[in-house]
Design a protein around this ligand. Structure first.
Ligand code: ATP
Length: 235
């Protein structure tokens, strides 16, 4: 469905990605794990057309999206929830959700989907008129995910959704990712919480300084000695 081949990205001459290959099949959860600075966010940004690709190809259903405009990529249904919950702080929860649907013009469908999102995140419903900037970190993360869902994505990419959340909320966010997946969504999840990510992933990739060093089924990677030692804090 979405395939990334031999992706190279650099920042001012410094190589961040040195030829990576990732394949994301429909209705799967795929995770990309790795240490700080390995190149996980760069991979997502390259797919979204937010940074220039030096070499390689991004293909979606056989259509070449390499170095296309971000807006065109969003219109294809590929959506990113960026790291750090970038919500519109001065707008209400509901206004943030409505803005999430900026690529659509079916008002009835938009209202229906807002209700669906409130079912997924009852906390957002209770706070629909609250300014997003006054929500807690976890609530803002939920809103960022909810807003991305308003686009009705075909592939939902999430950059570190559990970052900075209390343990209970980390569990909630992973439960929600599973729920979104069970509704038929394809997910590319970037996480530093390798254990939780691999537990829910069909397939995983391990990135080290811009190169893929390992890949396999989520459950298999969880049992891999190298993964255990380097990413799961087990020897
Ligand atoms: P983290 O988990 O810390 O977010 P990451 O795996 O997502 O890390 P990236 O953010 O993709 O890693 O960064 C990969 C490399 O590219 C790092 O060495 C980083 O310093 C560098 N880098 C990222 N963005 C820029 C930029 N805008 N300008 C210069 N260098 C950058």
């Amino acid at each position: 469905m979405l395939s990334i081949t031999d992706l190279h990205v650099s920042y001012g001459g410094i190589k961040a990605l040195r030829g990576i290959d990732i394949n994301i099949e429909e209705n799967k959860i795929v995770t990309l794990i790795g240490a700080n600075g390995a190149g996980k966010s760069s991979t997502l940004r390259a797919i979204m057309g937010l940074i220039k690709i030096d070499e390689g190809k991004i293909k979606y259903d056989d259509e070449d999206l390499t170095n296309h405009k971000t807006m065109d990529i969003v219109k294809k249904g590929i959506v990113l929830v960026p790291e750090g919950r970038k919500v519109f702080v001065n707008l209400s929860v509901e206004e943030n959700l409505i803005l999430g649907a900026y690529t659509r013009n079916d008002k009835a469908g938009i209202n229906k989907d807002i209700e669906e999102i409130y079912k997924l995140f009852p906390r957002l419903k209770e706070r629909s008129w609250q300014k997003a900037g006054t929500l807690s970190g976890g609530e803002q993360q939920m809103l960022a995910v909810g807003r991305a869902l308003m686009i009705k994505p075909k592939v939902l990419m999430m950059d570190e959704p559990s970052l900075g959340l209390a343990p209970l909320l980390v569990k909630d966010i992973f439960d929600i990712i599973k729920e979104i997946h069970s509704q038929g969504n394809t997910i590319l999840l970037v996480e530093q919480n390798a254990k939780k990510a691999l537990e829910i992933a069909d397939y995983g990739y391990v990135l080290e300084t811009g190169r893929l060093v390992l890949e396999g089924e989520g459950q298999k990677l969880l049992r891999d000695e190298r993964v255990k030692e380097a990413y799961l804090g087990e020897a």
